[in-house]
Design a protein around this ligand. Structure first.
Ligand code: NDP
Length: 282
C-alpha cells in the first residue's frame, strides 16, 4: 500500500509540474504527420488544423489523404498538403521529409506515427514479416528523423515519436510489433540523451500509449482482449500538447506509467495479470 501511495504521489507531482500548453504557439507551425490517413494520425492532423498549423500529411492511400487534408482546411489549418508514400520503400521516407521542408519552408514538428499492418496472433516463425515491419515501424522513423534534424535544429523544433506500452512491456500475439516499439524506445531514448549532451535545439518526445479505440486496433483485439480502449481524439490531443510543451515523455492513459513502473518491480505479477487479460484457450 505504501509503495502504491508513493507511486501515485510521484505521478501527481509530475502532472502538477507539467509545463503549460499555449495553443497560440501552434498557429502557423510547420508540421509533418505520418500515418495520417486514419486512426490516431488522422486525429493528430485535425488537432494541429484546429490550432491553425501548416500541415503536411502522409500515408499510402492518396484518395484518403486528400479527404483528410480537405477536412484539415475546413477545421482551420493554414495549409494542408499531402504526399502518398510507402515507408517500406528505401527512398520514400527521405522524399516525404524533403517535400514537407520544401513546401512549408522548414519544419517545426515531425510527428512519426505510422505503422504497417501486422497480424494479432501467436508468432509462427515469419521472420520475413518481422524484418519488413522493422523497416516500416522503425527504420523509416530513424531515416526521417535524420533527414529532418538539420531543419528542426534551425527552428528549435521537436521530434514526436508515437510508441506504445508494448514497447515497454512485451506482450503475446504481437511479437513483431512489440519488437519494433522496443527498438523505437531504445533508439530515440539514446538519441534524446545525445541531443541533450550536444546542447541541440531539438527535443524528442516519446509517447507511450495504451489501447486506443482506432478501427484497426479494435478489429484486432475485439474477441480476445478485456483491456479498456481510450479515445483516439484524446490520445492525439495529448500527443500534440506533449510535443508543443517539449516534454520528453507522454503516458496515455495515465495508468500506462504505473504499469511501466510496476512491471520492473513485480514482473511475475504484472506478467500474470497481462496474460490473463486475454481470452485464449490453447
Ligand atoms: P492505424 O492502423 O489506424 O493507422 C496506421 C497508419 O499508418 C495509417 O494512416 C496507414 O495508412 C499508415 N500506414 C500503414 N502502412 C504504411 C506504410 N507501409 N507506409 C506508410 N504509411 C503506412 O494505427 P493507429 O492509429 O491505431 O496507431 C497509430 C500509432 O499509435 C502507431 O504508432 C501505433 O503503434 C500507436 N499505438 C496505437 C495503439 C492503439 O491501440 N491503436 C496503442 C499503442 C500505440 P495507409 O493504409 O493509407 O498507408
Amino acid at each position: 500500500k505504501i509503495l502504491f501511495a508513493s507511486v501515485c504521489v510521484a505521478f501527481l507531482a509530475v502532472k502538477w509540474t507539467a509545463p503549460r500548453f499555449d495553443a497560440e504557439s501552434l498557429r502557423g507551425a510547420k508540421v509533418l504527420v505520418t500515418g495520417a490517413s486514419t486512426g490516431i494520425g488522422e486525429q493528430i492532423a485535425y488537432h494541429y488544423a484546429r490550432f491553425g498549423a501548416q500541415i503536411v500529411i502522409t500515408a499510402r492511400r492518396e484518395k484518403v489523404l486528400q479527404q483528410v487534408a480537405e477536412k484539415c482546411l475546413t477545421l482551420g489549418a493554414q495549409k494542408a498538403l499531402y504526399i502518398a508514400a510507402d515507408m517500406a520503400s528505401e527512398s520514400d521516407p527521405d522524399k516525404v521529409v524533403d517535400f514537407a521542408v520544401d513546401e512549408l519552408g522548414g519544419l517545426d514538428y515531425l510527428v512519426l506515427n505510422h505503422i504497417g499492418p501486422s497480424p494479432f496472433s501467436m508468432w509462427e516463425g515469419d521472420v520475413e514479416h518481422t524484418g519488413w515491419l522493422m523497416k516500416v515501424n522503425f527504420l523509416s522513423y530513424i531515416q526521417m528523423a535524420w533527414r529532418a534534424l538539420p531543419t528542426l535544429e534551425q527552428s528549435k523544433g521537436s521530434l514526436v515519436v508515437v510508441s506504445s506500452l508494448l514497447g515497454k512491456l512485451p506482450s503475446p500475439f504481437v511479437a513483431p510489433y512489440t519488437s519494433t516499439k522496443f527498438a523505437l524506445n531504445g533508439f530515440f531514448g539514446a538519441l534524446s540523451h545525445e541531443l541533450l549532451m550536444k546542447k541541440s535545439n531539438v527535443t524528442i518526445s516519446i509517447c507511450t500509449l495504451g489501447l486506443i479505440d482506432t478501427e484497426s486496433a479494435m478489429e484486432k483485439v475485439k474477441d480476445i482482449s478485456t483491456v479498456p480502449a481510450y479515445p483516439a481524439t484524446e490520445a492525439a490531443l495529448n500527443i500534440v500538447i506533449t510535443g508543443a510543451t517539449r516534454q520528453q515523455e507522454l503516458f496515455y492513459p495515465w495508468f500506462t506509467q504505473i504499469v511501466t513502473l510496476t512491471k520492473d518491480w513485480f514482473p511475475s505479477v504484472t506478467g500474470y495479470i497481462m496474460r490473463n487479460s486475454y481470452k485464449y484457450t490453447p
